[in-house]
Structure formats: C-alpha cells, structure tokens
Ligand binder design. Structure first.
Ligand SMILES: NC(=O)c1ccc[n+]([C@@H]2O[C@H](COP(=O)([O-])OP(=O)(O)OC[C@H]3O[C@@H](n4cnc5c(N)ncnc54)[C@H](OP(=O)(O)O)[C@@H]3O)[C@@H](O)[C@H]2O)c1
Length: 250
C-alpha cells in the first residue's frame, strides 16, 4: 500500500499486455499513482511477474494473470480473476496488441485474422466483460495507434485498419457509457521504444523522418498520459482519440 495519497488510491486497474513495453509502463505508473493493478501476459510469464514484483518493491500492489487475448475465455477469465482478487474493477486499459506488417496481398489470412483478433476482438470482449463490474467513475482506455490517422509507409494497412476500428469503437461506446458515468478514450502513440519497435531497429530512421521530435517515446510517457485519463482530472474527456506521437501527425 502506498503511504502517500495518489490520484488513483482505492482504484483497481486491469492492464492487458502488461509484461513488457508500453503496458509495463502503464501498469507501473497506475500503481505509482495508487491503483492496485492486475496485468496480463500471453507468453512472458517471468517478465510479467517481474513487473508485478517491481511494483510491489515500490510499495504498490500488483499481480500477473496469464490470458491470451486471442482466446475469449482467457480474456473473460482475466476480468473475473481481477474482480475476485481485488473485489472491484475501476480502470480497464486495453493495451495488448501488435501485428504483422506486410502489404495486403503478401500477408497470409491467418496473420490478418490474428491482428484483428488481438487488436480489435479482444478489446471488445474485455470491455463487454468489464462493464458487468464497473460503476460510476470507471474508466476504459484503449491503446490504439497513430497509424489510425497517418499511414506514411506501405505494409501497415491491416494494422492501421485494426487501430482505426478502435477509434470508431471508442466514439460509439462514449455515447453508450456516458449514462453510466463511465468514460472511454483511445490513446494513439507514435513510435515508442519497445521490443516490437526498437529505437535502434532498422525501421527507426524511416519513422524518425516522419516525426517532428527527433526521438522515440518512452513507455513511461504513455503511462503518464494514461494515468491522467484514468484519474479524477480526466473526467471530462470521453470518446476522444488522443495523439501522443512526437509530432508524427504534425
Ligand atoms: N511501440 C510502438 O511504437 C507503438 C506505437 C503505437 C501503438 N502501439 C501499441 O501499443 C501496444 C503495446 O505495444 P508495445 O510496443 O508495448 O508492444 P510489445 O513490447 O511487443 O509488448 C506487447 C505486449 O502485449 C502482449 N501481447 C501481445 N499479444 C498478446 C496476446 N495474444 N495476448 C495477451 N497479451 C499479448 C505481450 O505479452 P507477452 O509479453 O506475453 O508476449 C506484451 O505484454 C500495442 O497495442 C501496440 O499496437 C505501440
């Protein structure tokens, strides 16, 4: 338990894909701001447990849940396990995601289906299940991508389509959830230094050429943005797709 009062004290958060990268940054920031955090992983058990251990070492509370986002029962199970462990659910962050990158005629249908399953279907399943437990003041935050708004290179079309779907889903649900006192937003990062998009990788110079700032973002910066939306100061923001992109869309 944190000794100082944080903006998220008493809240319970579920962060999907919290074992690495942006999700780990979000989980750590929500916990530092006072939330109790459940985080899911697909295959990185050790890394997920290390994130939970890091949070505990910093005075917070977290636990890791195995849940493959492509498996509906796993996604539902991660929500019910969070509620049974911590008694409530106030904040859902749909972060788990990724994709295959190739031109549409070069991408196997299995890869297309998987991208849509993780980036879109799993988000819908998690939201449907979470709403059974969420009360007034709850927050849903989706991690989309700046590629929903700008696709400056070929080979990103299916990924961009999946993240565009999240932008539309977020708008539609803002209307459905407002009467329940629940907000929903879509955070659209530009290039962020993670395993799936290394600032030292071969594609980095191309991405930097599309940006105003001459650097990749850090997962902690996305975590801070998400924590604002999750907290009391973010209460008037809903249905929005918010870019945090180093000027990728400038
Ligand atoms: N990095 C960027 O530049 C960037 C930019 C815009 C948007 N995004 C979005 O930000 C999110 C996180 O990206 P990242 O760069 O942090 O990726 P990452 O470093 O590759 O981490 C991906 C995370 O998602 C989890 N995950 C992947 N597939 C999963 C599945 N089927 N079931 C459950 N968990 C799964 C991974 O779990 P395991 O560790 O168990 O595999 C891991 O925790 C994604 O939605 C991505 O599209 C990233």
């Amino acid at each position: 338990m944190n000794e100082t009062v944080g903006p998220l004290d008493g809240k319970v958060a579920l962060v999907t894909g919290g074992s690495r990268g942006i999700g780990a940054g979000i989980a750590k920031r929500l916990a530092a701001d006072g939330a109790t955090v459940a985080l899911t992983y697909a295959s990185s058990k050790d890394q997920a447990e290390q994130v939970a251990a890091d949070i505990a070492a910093a005075g917070g509370t977290a636990f890791a849940i195995h849940a493959d986002s492509t498996v509906e029962a796993d996604v539902i199970g991660s929500v019910t396990e969070t509620v049974s462990q911590f008694g409530r659910l106030d904040i859902l962050v749909n972060n788990a995601g990724g994709g295959s990158f190739a031109r549409i005629d070069e991408m196997p249908m299995a890869d297309i289906d998987r991208t849509l399953a993780v980036n879109v279907r799993a988000v819908i399943v998690a939201i449907r299940e979470s709403l059974k437990h969420m009360g007034e003041g709850s927050r849903i935050i989706n991690i989309g991508s700046i590629n929903a708004e700008r696709v400056p290179f070929p080979g990103i079309s299916i990924y961009a389509a999946s993240k565009g779907a999240i932008a539309g889903l977020t708008k539609g649900l803002a209307r459905e959830l407002a009467p329940k006192g629940i907000t929903i937003n879509n955070v659209q990062p530009g290039p962020v230094n993670t395993d799936s998009n290394s600032a030292d990788g071969p594609a980095a110079p191309l991405m930097l050429s599309a940006m105003a700032l001459d650097r990749f973002g850090d997962a902690s910066e996305i975590g801070a943005f998400v924590s604002f939306l999750a907290g009391p100061d973010g209460g008037f923001v809903t249905g929005a797709s918010l870019n945090i992109d180093g000027g990728y869309t400038s």
